[in-house]
Design a protein around this ligand. Structure first.
Ligand SMILES: C[S@@+](CC[C@H](N)C(=O)[O-])C[C@H]1O[C@@H](n2cnc3c(N)ncnc32)[C@H](O)[C@@H]1O
Length: 266
């Protein structure tokens, strides 16, 4: 099981392309460090294609058909889902800001950009834009900026965006939880870690804090804005996208649910 609950062009033809990220606005400057550091803790265990990646491929096929499609994956982490999508025959561009790309395995039809998705320039339109387990960083204005890029620059007419949205109902139930993760070297987990989760009902944000068990002063946190489907529909207003579906089972039981967004047609 994953310790992380929520957790360039790298192709045979194109070597890894590194680029500086754009300036971060307030509220997002922790992103690269948090995911790079936690990636070094968990990458040896988690950077392999697994069941979760195959389930995501199946979800893409269930929502938009088998394709093959041109897919943009935002916040691709170690790139295991991008790899599984490419192995299923899709042409995939993945964008990831952190050092997690160091765990990326090169594959045919897969291009990985080590860039900031608020700054990256992409020339082509995509049939599908995916963002698995990551949406909700920064302010509502930041989410809207990203959603407008998806609608206006990346998604072709008739395409779909598939986005995991943090679920406030479940995150709230975890408020105050503390976990102690012991090392499991056989599985690739080398570190002894502690985790604390809190949920702010006013801002509807979850904060997930991790630290090495013997160094509490080195705690690092991720903060995620959670949205009910009703809140998400409001967020989408004026972005060029509308909510056309969500997974009701995930909304009931999981810490995130898949939202299906499609371009607004005039
Ligand atoms: C919780 S992780 C999930 C990674 C992967 N999608 C998965 O499910 O394993 C969220 C990822 O989004 C990336 N990310 C967040 N903001 C980003 C940005 N502005 N540009 C590119 N990647 C970003 C983070 O670095 C992190 O790897």
């Amino acid at each position: 099981m994953c310790q992380s609950r929520r957790g360039r062009a790298i192709t045979d033809a194109n070597p890894v392309a590194w680029a500086a990220a754009a300036c971060w606005g307030t509220g997002m400057d922790w992103v690269r460090d948090f995911y790079s550091r936690t990636g070094m803790w968990w990458g040896p265990a988690e950077a392999k294609v697994g069941e979760r990646d195959h389930r995501r491929v199946a979800k893409v096929h269930a929502q938009v058909g088998d394709g093959p499609w041109r897919i943009l994956e935002l916040g691709s982490g170690y790139g295991t889902t991008a790899g599984a999508l490419a192995a299923a025959g899709h042409t995939v561009t993945a964008v990831e800001i952190s050092e997690r790309v160091r765990f990326q395995t090169a594959a045919e039809r897969l291009t990985v950009l080590n860039e900031d998705f608020y700054a990256v320039r992409l020339e082509r339109e995509f049939d599908v834009v995916c963002y698995f387990n990551g949406f909700g960083v920064g302010s509502d204005a930041d989410q809207r900026r990203l959603l407008r890029r998806i609608a206006g620059e990346w998604l072709r007419p008739g395409g779909a965006a598939l986005i995991d949205v943090s679920n406030p109902f479940v995150w709230q139930s975890w408020h105050g939880d503390e976990e102690h993760r012991r090392p499991d070297p056989e599985q690739g987990y080398a570190y002894e870690l502690r985790e604390r989760t809190t949920f702010d009902q006013v801002t509807c944000t979850a904060t997930d804090t991790w630290w090495p068990a013997d160094r509490p002063d080195e705690a690092i946190s991720q903060t995620l804005r959670c949205y009910t489907p009703a809140d998400l529909a409001l967020l989408l207003e004026g972005t060029g996208l509308r909510l056309t579906g969500h997974d009701p089972v995930e909304l009931r039981d999981e810490h995130e649910y898949l939202a299906v967004l499609r371009p607004v047609t005039p």
